[in-house]
Write a protein that binds this ligand. Sequence first.
Ligand SMILES: Cc1ncc(COP(=O)(O)O)c(C=O)c1O
Length: 408
Amino acid sequence: MKPIPSKKLSQLPPYLFVRLHQLRLQAEGSGLSIIDLGQGSPDLPSPDHVVKALQEAVGQNWTHRYPQTQGLPELRRAIAAWYRRRFDVTLDADRQVLPLVGSKEGLAHLFMALLEPGQSVLVPNPCYPVHYNGVILAGGRPVLMPLLEENEFKPDLRKIPAAAARQAKVMLLNYPNNPTGAVLEDNSLLEEALAFSRKYGCLIAYDNAYSELVFDGYQAPSILQVPGAMEHAVEFHSLSKSYSMAGWRIGFVVGNAEAISQLAKFKGFLDYGIPNFIQQAGINALSGPQDTIAAACRTYRSRRDALVEALSKIGWTIAPPRAAMYLWGRLPERARSLGSLAFAERLILEHGVVIAPGVGFGPHGEGFMRFSLVAPEEKLREAARRIGRFLESLPERSPSRRKPAKVG
Ligand SMILES: Cc1ncc(COP(=O)(O)O)c(C=O)c1O
């Protein structure tokens, strides 16, 4: 028996990082040593005190029971207290805070909770895949807002046609941005988005997963710092990157109480929330010493500088980002006609280096590659050397472009 997948599922190619992992296994199988800079999965250890808190919590019988979807009240209070310390924004821990099984889960479920079939969502492109795929899986229609290099990877909201604006139920924004590394220098885009929301009535979903991974004195804002935002916006956060806890699956959403209550109701039918012992550890991460965040930022910044320098030595110039954990660079001239997917595939299979093809983040990502800074500096330098050898092996003018298969 071969069940027929839904039209929604059939529309989507396999998830980008699943596909990259398969190629990695194939390269490993052929005996190559692998340097994996594909997925943004932090290689730094989770903080010691958080690991200890988990060990202690898991020894207590009550943590073995079903958790509640809305999370432990202590976790919601820890989130609200962290938010006040970090952004000087006061949240009602019972109505404006919802813990999530990672922010990816919350983003996907928000679309499912809010969208009628065919309703549209304004989605930046390129984007973190769930911003787009989550809309498709919810039966909605993503309307792309191109993030162009000449516009510093910011959407131009004035270019959204009035009809599309009126139909949009949600607008998604994400800064510090994955994959481009772009940041907001001031609140003007946030203010414009909130004015747009007031005019057209769409909810602003602001993905702030990288708010803590910042360099060179940059400070990431929260949309909830903008006056009136609580009426129009929700903001997603993750412990995955700030505390190197990607595998623990814990994040949260804060902001508009109505949207949060609808998401909590929806999740109530599907999941039981985060395991209690993970919640206990999360409380510890948010309330305990925060020095591991600064240490992680220092590590990512030196890796960023090491990789930017190593790539420039092979003739690939990439501007250093001021936040997140990625380099986003246009393919060098010599590789351009290959396209990002074929470049990624050949680089993995011939040289054992995994980097993500820009097209995996959507059509406006084509022509770019994303490097995750998730390996020590010497590995990053080695990756750059291998990429240099790969580039040299390409003809001066590459043969005609292979049509890239869609990957995500
Ligand atoms: C922009 C963005 N949002 C959300 C997530 C998901 O994070 P989480 O681990 O909290 O699900 C990621 C993960 O890479 C991301 O890049």
